[in-house]
Design a protein around this ligand. Structure first.
Ligand code: 6PG
Length: 482
Protein backbone atom coordinates (compact mmCIF):
# COMPACT_ATOMS: atom_id res chain seq x y z
CA UNK A 1 0.00 0.00 0.00
CA UNK A 2 1.16 3.56 -0.67
CA UNK A 3 2.22 5.76 2.19
CA UNK A 4 -0.64 7.37 4.11
CA UNK A 5 -1.88 10.96 3.72
CA UNK A 6 -2.41 11.23 7.47
CA UNK A 7 -1.86 9.23 10.65
CA UNK A 8 -4.43 9.03 13.45
CA UNK A 9 -3.78 8.05 17.04
CA UNK A 10 -6.65 6.97 19.27
CA UNK A 11 -9.18 4.43 18.03
CA UNK A 12 -12.10 5.23 20.30
CA UNK A 13 -15.40 5.78 18.55
CA UNK A 14 -14.65 9.36 17.35
CA UNK A 15 -11.19 8.36 16.12
CA UNK A 16 -12.40 5.25 14.27
CA UNK A 17 -15.23 7.14 12.62
CA UNK A 18 -12.95 9.97 11.49
CA UNK A 19 -10.61 7.38 9.92
CA UNK A 20 -13.53 5.76 8.07
CA UNK A 21 -14.68 9.20 6.92
CA UNK A 22 -11.18 10.15 5.67
CA UNK A 23 -10.83 6.85 3.84
CA UNK A 24 -14.22 7.23 2.20
CA UNK A 25 -13.09 10.60 0.82
CA UNK A 26 -10.09 8.98 -0.90
CA UNK A 27 -7.38 9.50 1.72
CA UNK A 28 -5.09 6.71 2.90
CA UNK A 29 -4.89 6.68 6.69
CA UNK A 30 -2.38 5.04 9.04
CA UNK A 31 -3.69 4.28 12.52
CA UNK A 32 -2.23 3.59 15.94
CA UNK A 33 -3.75 3.00 19.36
CA UNK A 34 -1.99 2.74 22.73
CA UNK A 35 -3.66 -0.63 23.34
CA UNK A 36 -2.45 -2.19 20.11
CA UNK A 37 -5.04 -5.02 20.10
CA UNK A 38 -7.51 -2.36 19.06
CA UNK A 39 -5.48 -1.68 15.92
CA UNK A 40 -5.68 -5.34 14.85
CA UNK A 41 -9.38 -5.54 15.67
CA UNK A 42 -10.07 -2.42 13.62
CA UNK A 43 -7.96 -3.56 10.65
CA UNK A 44 -9.63 -7.00 10.67
CA UNK A 45 -13.07 -5.48 11.21
CA UNK A 46 -14.43 -2.19 9.86
CA UNK A 47 -11.19 -1.28 8.11
CA UNK A 48 -10.83 -4.57 6.19
CA UNK A 49 -10.17 -4.02 2.51
CA UNK A 50 -9.87 -0.25 2.95
CA UNK A 51 -6.92 2.05 2.42
CA UNK A 52 -6.10 1.96 6.11
CA UNK A 53 -2.69 0.92 7.46
CA UNK A 54 -2.44 -0.50 10.99
CA UNK A 55 0.67 0.42 12.99
CA UNK A 56 1.82 -1.33 16.17
CA UNK A 57 4.19 1.40 17.29
CA UNK A 58 4.55 5.14 16.85
CA UNK A 59 7.74 4.50 14.83
CA UNK A 60 5.77 2.31 12.42
CA UNK A 61 3.01 4.90 12.19
CA UNK A 62 5.44 7.70 11.33
CA UNK A 63 7.36 5.54 8.82
CA UNK A 64 4.11 5.08 6.91
CA UNK A 65 3.35 8.77 6.40
CA UNK A 66 3.91 11.03 3.39
CA UNK A 67 5.90 14.19 3.99
CA UNK A 68 5.12 16.65 5.50
CA UNK A 69 3.78 14.15 7.99
CA UNK A 70 0.42 14.87 9.55
CA UNK A 71 -0.49 13.10 12.77
CA UNK A 72 -3.91 13.61 14.31
CA UNK A 73 -4.46 12.89 18.00
CA UNK A 74 -7.93 11.72 18.99
CA UNK A 75 -7.09 11.00 22.63
CA UNK A 76 -8.49 12.21 25.94
CA UNK A 77 -7.91 15.94 26.52
CA UNK A 78 -5.24 16.83 29.09
CA UNK A 79 -2.11 14.86 29.93
CA UNK A 80 -2.47 12.19 27.21
CA UNK A 81 -2.10 14.94 24.57
CA UNK A 82 1.12 16.23 26.17
CA UNK A 83 2.44 12.68 26.53
CA UNK A 84 1.88 11.89 22.85
CA UNK A 85 3.45 15.19 21.77
CA UNK A 86 6.57 14.28 23.77
CA UNK A 87 6.70 10.83 22.16
CA UNK A 88 6.12 12.18 18.65
CA UNK A 89 8.60 15.06 18.68
CA UNK A 90 11.77 12.92 18.32
CA UNK A 91 10.16 10.91 15.52
CA UNK A 92 9.08 13.87 13.38
CA UNK A 93 11.00 16.32 11.18
CA UNK A 94 10.88 20.06 10.63
CA UNK A 95 7.59 21.11 9.00
CA UNK A 96 5.69 18.00 10.14
CA UNK A 97 2.32 18.67 11.73
CA UNK A 98 0.66 17.44 14.93
CA UNK A 99 -3.12 17.94 15.04
CA UNK A 100 -5.11 17.64 18.27
CA UNK A 101 -8.76 16.89 17.45
CA UNK A 102 -9.96 16.49 21.05
CA UNK A 103 -11.83 18.90 23.32
CA UNK A 104 -8.65 20.51 24.65
CA UNK A 105 -8.79 23.66 26.73
CA UNK A 106 -7.57 26.56 24.57
CA UNK A 107 -4.76 27.74 26.91
CA UNK A 108 -3.26 24.24 26.57
CA UNK A 109 -3.47 24.53 22.79
CA UNK A 110 -1.92 27.99 22.97
CA UNK A 111 0.97 26.59 25.01
CA UNK A 112 1.38 23.45 22.88
CA UNK A 113 1.45 25.48 19.65
CA UNK A 114 4.31 27.59 20.99
CA UNK A 115 6.13 24.54 22.31
CA UNK A 116 5.83 22.45 19.13
CA UNK A 117 6.77 25.47 16.97
CA UNK A 118 9.85 26.02 19.16
CA UNK A 119 10.94 22.51 18.08
CA UNK A 120 10.59 23.46 14.39
CA UNK A 121 7.33 21.58 13.90
CA UNK A 122 3.79 22.80 13.33
CA UNK A 123 0.70 22.37 15.51
CA UNK A 124 -3.02 22.51 14.99
CA UNK A 125 -5.66 22.43 17.73
CA UNK A 126 -8.92 21.59 15.98
CA UNK A 127 -12.32 21.55 17.60
CA UNK A 128 -14.34 18.70 16.13
CA UNK A 129 -18.07 18.64 16.71
CA UNK A 130 -20.85 16.33 15.68
CA UNK A 131 -20.53 13.29 17.89
CA UNK A 132 -20.08 9.78 16.52
CA UNK A 133 -22.34 10.27 13.53
CA UNK A 134 -20.77 13.59 12.62
CA UNK A 135 -17.28 12.11 12.77
CA UNK A 136 -18.34 9.44 10.29
CA UNK A 137 -20.54 11.42 7.93
CA UNK A 138 -19.15 14.95 8.23
CA UNK A 139 -18.36 16.91 11.38
CA UNK A 140 -17.87 20.62 11.86
CA UNK A 141 -14.14 21.26 12.27
CA UNK A 142 -12.62 24.41 13.79
CA UNK A 143 -8.83 24.41 13.26
CA UNK A 144 -6.38 26.91 14.71
CA UNK A 145 -2.67 26.98 15.63
CA UNK A 146 0.34 27.31 13.31
CA UNK A 147 -0.89 29.14 10.22
CA UNK A 148 1.68 27.44 7.96
CA UNK A 149 0.13 24.07 8.81
CA UNK A 150 -3.23 25.00 7.29
CA UNK A 151 -2.53 24.63 3.52
CA UNK A 152 -1.27 21.02 3.79
CA UNK A 153 -4.12 19.84 6.06
CA UNK A 154 -6.88 21.91 4.44
CA UNK A 155 -7.83 19.36 1.71
CA UNK A 156 -8.18 16.59 4.30
CA UNK A 157 -10.09 18.53 6.98
CA UNK A 158 -12.36 20.33 4.50
CA UNK A 159 -12.77 17.06 2.58
CA UNK A 160 -14.20 15.20 5.58
CA UNK A 161 -16.22 18.09 7.03
CA UNK A 162 -19.98 18.48 6.68
CA UNK A 163 -21.11 20.57 3.69
CA UNK A 164 -23.97 23.04 3.59
CA UNK A 165 -24.88 24.20 0.07
CA UNK A 166 -21.53 22.78 -1.03
CA UNK A 167 -19.66 24.89 1.53
CA UNK A 168 -17.45 22.94 4.00
CA UNK A 169 -18.19 23.47 7.71
CA UNK A 170 -14.47 23.88 8.32
CA UNK A 171 -12.13 26.80 7.78
CA UNK A 172 -9.05 28.29 9.34
CA UNK A 173 -10.02 30.02 12.59
CA UNK A 174 -6.83 31.71 13.74
CA UNK A 175 -3.50 31.31 15.46
CA UNK A 176 -2.64 29.65 18.78
CA UNK A 177 -5.68 28.40 20.67
CA UNK A 178 -8.26 30.10 18.41
CA UNK A 179 -9.75 26.85 17.06
CA UNK A 180 -10.28 25.37 20.49
CA UNK A 181 -11.60 28.70 21.78
CA UNK A 182 -14.30 28.67 19.11
CA UNK A 183 -15.07 25.02 19.88
CA UNK A 184 -15.30 25.83 23.59
CA UNK A 185 -17.75 28.64 22.82
CA UNK A 186 -19.71 26.25 20.58
CA UNK A 187 -20.02 23.91 23.55
CA UNK A 188 -21.11 26.74 25.85
CA UNK A 189 -23.80 27.63 23.33
CA UNK A 190 -24.70 23.92 23.18
CA UNK A 191 -25.25 24.01 26.97
CA UNK A 192 -27.50 27.07 26.56
CA UNK A 193 -29.55 25.50 23.74
CA UNK A 194 -29.99 22.28 25.71
CA UNK A 195 -31.05 24.12 28.87
CA UNK A 196 -33.60 26.21 26.94
CA UNK A 197 -35.07 23.04 25.46
CA UNK A 198 -35.18 21.43 28.92
CA UNK A 199 -36.98 24.52 30.26
CA UNK A 200 -39.53 24.37 27.40
CA UNK A 201 -40.06 20.69 28.16
CA UNK A 202 -40.60 21.26 31.88
CA UNK A 203 -43.09 24.08 31.17
CA UNK A 204 -45.11 21.76 28.94
CA UNK A 205 -44.76 18.73 31.21
CA UNK A 206 -45.40 20.34 34.60
CA UNK A 207 -47.69 23.25 33.74
CA UNK A 208 -49.64 21.99 30.76
CA UNK A 209 -49.41 18.31 31.77
CA UNK A 210 -48.83 17.30 28.15
CA UNK A 211 -47.98 13.70 27.32
CA UNK A 212 -44.62 12.70 25.83
CA UNK A 213 -46.25 12.07 22.47
CA UNK A 214 -47.96 15.45 22.50
CA UNK A 215 -44.66 17.15 23.32
CA UNK A 216 -42.85 15.13 20.69
CA UNK A 217 -45.31 16.37 18.07
CA UNK A 218 -44.87 19.97 19.22
CA UNK A 219 -41.06 19.78 18.98
CA UNK A 220 -41.35 18.11 15.56
CA UNK A 221 -43.61 20.98 14.46
CA UNK A 222 -41.19 23.59 15.84
CA UNK A 223 -38.46 21.89 13.86
CA UNK A 224 -40.21 22.95 10.66
CA UNK A 225 -40.04 26.65 11.57
CA UNK A 226 -37.55 29.17 12.91
CA UNK A 227 -36.28 26.70 15.54
CA UNK A 228 -35.24 24.15 12.88
CA UNK A 229 -32.15 22.52 14.41
CA UNK A 230 -30.52 19.21 15.28
CA UNK A 231 -31.18 19.55 19.03
CA UNK A 232 -34.92 20.23 18.51
CA UNK A 233 -35.08 17.30 16.09
CA UNK A 234 -33.51 14.83 18.54
CA UNK A 235 -35.74 16.16 21.35
CA UNK A 236 -38.81 15.15 19.33
CA UNK A 237 -37.28 11.69 18.81
CA UNK A 238 -36.29 11.29 22.46
CA UNK A 239 -39.80 12.14 23.70
CA UNK A 240 -41.48 9.51 21.56
CA UNK A 241 -38.87 6.78 22.15
CA UNK A 242 -40.22 3.65 23.86
CA UNK A 243 -38.02 0.78 25.07
CA UNK A 244 -38.55 -2.99 24.73
CA UNK A 245 -41.00 -2.88 27.64
CA UNK A 246 -43.02 -0.20 25.86
CA UNK A 247 -41.96 2.40 28.45
CA UNK A 248 -40.95 5.96 27.53
CA UNK A 249 -37.17 6.17 28.09
CA UNK A 250 -37.36 9.85 29.06
CA UNK A 251 -39.57 8.98 32.05
CA UNK A 252 -36.97 6.86 33.81
CA UNK A 253 -33.80 8.78 32.96
CA UNK A 254 -32.47 10.36 36.18
CA UNK A 255 -32.69 14.18 36.11
CA UNK A 256 -29.04 14.74 37.10
CA UNK A 257 -27.12 16.37 34.25
CA UNK A 258 -23.48 15.46 33.70
CA UNK A 259 -20.83 17.77 32.30
CA UNK A 260 -17.28 17.37 31.15
CA UNK A 261 -16.31 20.99 31.66
CA UNK A 262 -16.42 22.85 28.37
CA UNK A 263 -19.53 24.84 29.37
CA UNK A 264 -17.86 25.73 32.65
CA UNK A 265 -14.73 26.87 30.79
CA UNK A 266 -16.87 29.13 28.59
CA UNK A 267 -18.56 30.72 31.60
CA UNK A 268 -15.22 31.10 33.42
CA UNK A 269 -13.70 32.75 30.40
CA UNK A 270 -16.63 35.13 30.14
CA UNK A 271 -15.96 36.17 33.75
CA UNK A 272 -12.29 36.68 32.87
CA UNK A 273 -13.21 38.76 29.83
CA UNK A 274 -15.89 40.68 31.78
CA UNK A 275 -18.54 39.65 29.25
CA UNK A 276 -22.11 39.07 30.51
CA UNK A 277 -22.60 35.52 29.23
CA UNK A 278 -25.50 35.11 31.59
CA UNK A 279 -27.55 32.51 29.76
CA UNK A 280 -24.76 29.99 29.34
CA UNK A 281 -23.59 30.55 32.92
CA UNK A 282 -27.13 29.83 34.16
CA UNK A 283 -27.19 26.70 32.00
CA UNK A 284 -24.00 25.48 33.70
CA UNK A 285 -25.38 26.28 37.17
CA UNK A 286 -28.67 24.56 36.30
CA UNK A 287 -26.68 21.38 35.58
CA UNK A 288 -24.93 21.81 38.95
CA UNK A 289 -28.27 22.23 40.76
CA UNK A 290 -29.69 19.21 38.95
CA UNK A 291 -26.77 17.01 39.91
CA UNK A 292 -27.52 17.10 43.66
CA UNK A 293 -30.78 15.18 43.66
CA UNK A 294 -30.59 14.37 47.37
CA UNK A 295 -30.43 18.05 48.30
CA UNK A 296 -33.41 18.73 46.05
CA UNK A 297 -35.35 15.92 47.72
CA UNK A 298 -34.53 17.39 51.14
CA UNK A 299 -35.50 20.90 50.04
CA UNK A 300 -38.78 19.74 48.53
CA UNK A 301 -39.70 17.93 51.75
CA UNK A 302 -38.59 20.74 54.04
CA UNK A 303 -39.60 23.83 52.09
CA UNK A 304 -42.57 22.56 50.13
CA UNK A 305 -43.23 21.55 46.56
CA UNK A 306 -44.72 23.99 44.05
CA UNK A 307 -47.90 23.01 42.24
CA UNK A 308 -47.97 25.17 39.13
CA UNK A 309 -51.38 25.79 37.60
CA UNK A 310 -51.94 25.57 33.86
CA UNK A 311 -52.69 28.85 32.07
CA UNK A 312 -56.19 29.19 30.61
CA UNK A 313 -55.19 29.29 26.97
CA UNK A 314 -52.93 26.27 26.56
CA UNK A 315 -52.57 26.64 22.81
CA UNK A 316 -51.39 30.23 23.15
CA UNK A 317 -49.01 29.14 25.92
CA UNK A 318 -47.36 26.58 23.61
CA UNK A 319 -46.95 29.30 20.96
CA UNK A 320 -45.46 31.57 23.60
CA UNK A 321 -42.97 28.87 24.65
CA UNK A 322 -41.85 28.51 21.04
CA UNK A 323 -41.28 32.26 20.74
CA UNK A 324 -39.68 32.48 24.18
CA UNK A 325 -37.25 29.71 23.28
CA UNK A 326 -36.41 31.52 20.06
CA UNK A 327 -35.93 34.93 21.75
CA UNK A 328 -33.74 33.41 24.47
CA UNK A 329 -31.70 31.57 21.85
CA UNK A 330 -31.03 34.83 20.01
CA UNK A 331 -29.83 36.35 23.30
CA UNK A 332 -27.59 33.35 23.97
CA UNK A 333 -25.91 33.57 20.58
CA UNK A 334 -25.63 37.35 20.88
CA UNK A 335 -23.81 36.86 24.19
CA UNK A 336 -21.63 34.08 22.73
CA UNK A 337 -20.55 36.30 19.86
CA UNK A 338 -19.75 39.18 22.23
CA UNK A 339 -17.47 36.74 24.07
CA UNK A 340 -15.78 35.72 20.80
CA UNK A 341 -15.26 39.39 19.89
CA UNK A 342 -13.74 40.11 23.27
CA UNK A 343 -11.43 37.08 23.15
CA UNK A 344 -10.33 37.99 19.61
CA UNK A 345 -9.19 41.36 20.98
CA UNK A 346 -7.48 39.84 24.01
CA UNK A 347 -5.55 37.23 22.02
CA UNK A 348 -5.04 39.17 18.77
CA UNK A 349 -7.12 36.77 16.65
CA UNK A 350 -8.71 38.02 13.47
CA UNK A 351 -11.89 35.97 13.87
CA UNK A 352 -14.30 35.80 10.96
CA UNK A 353 -17.64 35.82 12.79
CA UNK A 354 -19.72 35.08 9.69
CA UNK A 355 -17.32 32.25 8.82
CA UNK A 356 -17.75 30.79 12.32
CA UNK A 357 -21.54 30.78 11.83
CA UNK A 358 -21.01 28.88 8.56
CA UNK A 359 -18.77 26.35 10.33
CA UNK A 360 -21.55 25.79 12.89
CA UNK A 361 -24.28 25.77 10.25
CA UNK A 362 -23.83 22.04 9.61
CA UNK A 363 -22.18 18.97 11.13
CA UNK A 364 -22.05 20.12 14.75
CA UNK A 365 -24.39 19.68 17.69
CA UNK A 366 -25.75 23.25 17.52
CA UNK A 367 -26.35 23.11 13.74
CA UNK A 368 -29.48 24.98 12.76
CA UNK A 369 -31.13 27.07 10.06
CA UNK A 370 -30.78 29.98 12.51
CA UNK A 371 -26.99 30.01 12.03
CA UNK A 372 -27.58 30.84 8.36
CA UNK A 373 -29.25 34.06 9.53
CA UNK A 374 -26.30 34.82 11.81
CA UNK A 375 -23.98 34.31 8.87
CA UNK A 376 -26.06 36.77 6.83
CA UNK A 377 -26.01 39.32 9.66
CA UNK A 378 -22.20 39.25 9.89
CA UNK A 379 -21.82 39.24 6.10
CA UNK A 380 -23.91 42.43 5.98
CA UNK A 381 -21.88 43.97 8.78
CA UNK A 382 -18.64 42.18 9.81
CA UNK A 383 -18.17 44.74 12.62
CA UNK A 384 -21.55 44.06 14.19
CA UNK A 385 -21.14 44.93 17.87
CA UNK A 386 -24.04 42.79 19.05
CA UNK A 387 -26.22 40.37 17.09
CA UNK A 388 -29.28 42.08 18.57
CA UNK A 389 -28.42 45.19 16.54
CA UNK A 390 -28.69 43.37 13.19
CA UNK A 391 -31.96 44.49 11.56
CA UNK A 392 -33.17 40.91 11.06
CA UNK A 393 -32.69 39.96 14.71
CA UNK A 394 -33.88 43.32 16.08
CA UNK A 395 -37.18 42.76 14.23
CA UNK A 396 -37.43 39.11 15.19
CA UNK A 397 -36.92 40.07 18.84
CA UNK A 398 -39.68 42.70 18.72
CA UNK A 399 -42.06 39.91 17.79
CA UNK A 400 -40.72 37.23 20.13
CA UNK A 401 -39.90 39.12 23.35
CA UNK A 402 -43.53 39.66 24.46
CA UNK A 403 -43.86 35.85 24.56
CA UNK A 404 -40.63 35.53 26.54
CA UNK A 405 -41.99 38.08 29.00
CA UNK A 406 -45.32 36.26 29.35
CA UNK A 407 -43.62 32.90 29.85
CA UNK A 408 -41.16 34.25 32.42
CA UNK A 409 -43.87 36.10 34.35
CA UNK A 410 -46.16 33.09 34.44
CA UNK A 411 -43.42 30.62 35.35
CA UNK A 412 -42.16 32.90 38.15
CA UNK A 413 -45.66 33.35 39.49
CA UNK A 414 -46.37 29.63 39.45
CA UNK A 415 -42.95 28.55 40.69
CA UNK A 416 -41.36 26.81 37.72
CA UNK A 417 -37.61 27.42 37.53
CA UNK A 418 -36.51 28.54 34.06
CA UNK A 419 -33.15 30.19 34.83
CA UNK A 420 -31.86 30.53 31.29
CA UNK A 421 -35.04 32.05 29.88
CA UNK A 422 -35.20 34.43 32.86
CA UNK A 423 -31.57 35.45 32.42
CA UNK A 424 -32.24 36.12 28.73
CA UNK A 425 -35.08 38.50 29.59
CA UNK A 426 -32.98 40.30 32.22
CA UNK A 427 -30.17 40.74 29.70
CA UNK A 428 -32.62 42.06 27.10
CA UNK A 429 -34.09 44.56 29.54
CA UNK A 430 -30.67 45.42 30.96
CA UNK A 431 -28.94 46.13 27.68
CA UNK A 432 -31.79 48.41 26.56
CA UNK A 433 -31.52 50.52 29.72
CA UNK A 434 -29.21 53.49 29.21
CA UNK A 435 -29.79 54.74 32.73
CA UNK A 436 -29.16 51.78 35.03
CA UNK A 437 -28.93 51.49 38.82
CA UNK A 438 -25.15 51.11 38.86
CA UNK A 439 -24.76 54.71 40.05
CA UNK A 440 -25.90 53.35 43.44
CA UNK A 441 -23.16 50.70 43.38
CA UNK A 442 -20.58 53.37 42.58
CA UNK A 443 -21.87 55.57 45.40
CA UNK A 444 -21.72 52.65 47.87
CA UNK A 445 -18.19 51.71 46.77
CA UNK A 446 -17.12 55.29 47.26
CA UNK A 447 -18.94 55.54 50.61
CA UNK A 448 -17.35 52.51 52.26
CA UNK A 449 -14.06 52.30 50.43
CA UNK A 450 -13.30 55.66 48.75
CA UNK A 451 -13.27 53.82 45.41
CA UNK A 452 -14.23 57.03 43.53
CA UNK A 453 -16.75 57.50 40.72
CA UNK A 454 -17.16 59.30 37.41
CA UNK A 455 -19.84 62.01 37.04
CA UNK A 456 -22.53 62.30 34.39
CA UNK A 457 -21.87 66.05 34.11
CA UNK A 458 -18.09 65.76 33.68
CA UNK A 459 -15.91 64.11 31.00
CA UNK A 460 -15.30 60.35 31.29
CA UNK A 461 -12.00 59.44 32.90
CA UNK A 462 -12.19 62.08 35.67
CA UNK A 463 -12.67 60.46 39.07
CA UNK A 464 -14.33 62.01 42.13
CA UNK A 465 -14.59 61.13 45.78
CA UNK A 466 -17.17 62.39 48.26
CA UNK A 467 -16.53 62.60 51.97
CA UNK A 468 -19.92 61.00 52.71
CA UNK A 469 -19.78 60.97 56.51
CA UNK A 470 -17.60 63.98 57.08
CA UNK A 471 -15.06 61.65 58.71
CA UNK A 472 -13.34 59.88 55.82
CA UNK A 473 -11.13 62.73 54.64
CA UNK A 474 -10.02 63.11 51.03
CA UNK A 475 -7.91 59.97 50.71
CA UNK A 476 -8.97 57.87 47.73
CA UNK A 477 -8.38 54.17 47.24
CA UNK A 478 -6.09 53.06 44.41
CA UNK A 479 -7.86 52.53 41.09
CA UNK A 480 -7.86 49.09 39.58
CA UNK A 481 -10.45 47.37 37.49
CA UNK A 482 -11.09 43.67 37.00
C1 6PG B 1 -19.70 18.08 20.14
C2 6PG B 1 -20.01 17.90 21.60
C3 6PG B 1 -18.96 17.05 22.24
C4 6PG B 1 -19.35 16.45 23.57
C5 6PG B 1 -19.68 17.48 24.60
C6 6PG B 1 -20.44 16.90 25.75
O1 6PG B 1 -19.55 19.23 19.77
O2 6PG B 1 -19.66 17.08 19.42
O3 6PG B 1 -20.03 19.13 22.22
O4 6PG B 1 -17.80 17.78 22.27
O5 6PG B 1 -20.40 15.57 23.40
O6 6PG B 1 -18.48 17.99 25.04
O7 6PG B 1 -20.24 17.76 26.78
P1 6PG B 1 -20.76 17.56 28.22
O8 6PG B 1 -20.42 16.15 28.63
O9 6PG B 1 -20.02 18.57 29.01
O10 6PG B 1 -22.23 17.76 28.16
Amino acid sequence: MNKADIGLIGLAVMGENLVMNMESKGFTVAVYNRTVDKVDKFIEGRAKGKNIIGAHSLEELIANLKSPRKVMLMVKAGKPVDDFIEKLLPLLDKGDIIIDGGNSHYPDTQRRTEYVESKGLLYIGAGVSGGEEGALKGPSIMPGGSKEAWPPVKPILQGIAAKVDGHPCCDWVGEGGAGHYVKMTHNGIEYGDMQLIAESYILMRDMLKLSNDEMSKIFAEWNKGKLDSYLIEITADILSYKDEENKYAIDYIMDTAGQKGTGKWTAMDALEEGVPLTLIAEAVFARCLSSDKEQRRHAEELLGKNSPKAPEDKEQFVKDIENALYAAKVISYAQGYVLLRSAAKTYGWNLNFGGIALMWRGGCIIRSAFLGKIHEAFTENPDLENLLFAPYFANAMKEAVPSLRRICSYAMQEGVAIPSMASALCYWDGIKTFSSGANMIQAQRDYFGAHTYERTDRPKGEFFHTNWTGEGGDTQSGVYNA
